[in-house]
Design a protein. Sequence first.
Length: 288
Amino acid sequence: MSSEEKYILDRGLMFPKETHSLESLKFAQEYTFKDDDVTAVVYPKSGTIWMQEILPLVLNGGDLTPIHSIPNWDRVPWLEEKRLALVVDNLASPRALVTHFPYHLMPPSFHTSKAKVIYVMRNPKDVMVSSYYFHKMAEFLEPPGTFDEFMEKFLEGKVLFGKWTDHVKGWRGTDLGDRIMHITYEEMVQDLPAALRRMSDFLGRNLSEEAIRKIAEHCSFKTMKNNRMSNFSLVPKNYMNSDTSPFLRKGVAGDWKNHFSPEQLAIFTSVIRKELESESFSLPWSLD
Ligand code: PPS
């Protein structure tokens, strides 16, 4: 299948047809945010399904029912995907959503509401590696080609949801004030209980240490890998082939070191650095 058959283009961005349609993108634009909605904004392959596990538990104090009974895509749906229209009426408040949208595509009601956002950022080299394997296993995406070819597409933003740097810049430059919290995938890997405490405080939850410990245990990579409501094993193999590469693949920070040659690293670093050079924020990790 060609790229035109697999993807739709809307407002300059590519979306997979399997999960998105012009109607679903319109539905997202018309979505009415409530003040107590909580959205995890995550560039693809930066921790989205992790947040689909974490948010319901932080919001409900650690009741495992939703993560054991509802598939992740219906439990905390993507704002932009077709499923939202089918499940939106079943979502109990406070509703949790995820989105890969860049800031400028957020719907009007988001801006007029007080809905909170947790923005998760991941080292772009690990994002690219994760995405490379995802393009190998997801039959509804174009095969990635060689690592070099995929890197070129990634750096040019010819990938789902556009350029990583544009996404980060857009979400760093908002005027959302205390409606937005920034966290990194790496902080979550390093100390999940501490990350959960920050999220709990941000969302006005007063979770006990016991609840934090329980949530951290159930949101660990190992536990999520065995949770059939979260590991995509409910999805047919001809759609996502976990024999090629599991969705929950490695779950670590720094796997890029096993993939980038010194030449690839030099190119990657110089492009990202140049695109962020005039920004007022700095990245929490060294790009080298
Ligand atoms: S997607 O397709 O955009 O929704 O993918 P996304 O969920 O954003 O990212 C997938 C990567 O997140 C890793 N992941 C985790 N890492 C650590 N701990 C937990 N609990 C966890 N859950 C998901 C997943 O393994 C993918 O990263 P890689 O590097 O490929 O392993």
